[in-house]
Design a protein around this ligand. Structure first.
Ligand SMILES: [Zn+2]
Ligand SMILES: [Zn+2]
Length: 146
């Protein structure tokens, strides 16, 4: 792992990188920690620098330990997971796999038989052919997985 990947966040004052599991300083004032990307400081002096800026009357620096990279990545995955799953339609939930669906293009089949033999095709044929086709597919799948 390169050191560039070990950076968790950067100091809110001096922009120095704060690495995973490094000790950093957080502000005791809740408004400074309210957002997810709240203030964090690499040292007490950096924390000191933001106090007049934020007009804190009573505040202190709280030593904290940066989370591990794994913990941050897990939190990010947890955040993104519900979105990605809701966007993806469930595969196989539709009628595509239903056991009695017609698998052939009936009009093309009728056209072919008409051309070949000048015969009309009974409407029940496509159901039978679909069943036969399913059977052939099942056999092919069994062969392929064997
Ligand atoms: Zn700093
Ligand atoms: Zn603060």
């Amino acid at each position: 792992m390169s050191s560039a990947n070990a950076i968790w966040r950067s100091c809110s004052t001096c922009k120095k990188p704060i690495e995973f599991q490094q000790t950093y300083y957080a502000c005791s004032v809740s408004t400074c920690n309210r957002t997810r990307h709240g203030f964090c400081f690499c040292s007490v002096s950096c924390w000191d620098a933001h106090v007049p800026m934020m007009r804190h009357r009573e505040a202190w620096a709280e030593p904290q330990t940066a989370p591990t990279r794994e913990a941050v990545e897990r939190a990010q995955h947890a955040e993104h997971a519900p979105h990605t799953t809701s966007r993806t339609p469930a595969v196989g939930a539709g009628t595509a796999g239903s056991a009695h669906e017609v698998l052939i293009v009936v009009s093309k089949l009728k056209q072919y038989i008409k051309q070949q033999a000048a015969m009309h095709t009974a409407d029940t044929v496509h159901g039978m052919l679909s069943d036969h086709l399913r059977h052939l597919c099942d056999q092919a799948i069994a062969h392929a997985t064997a």
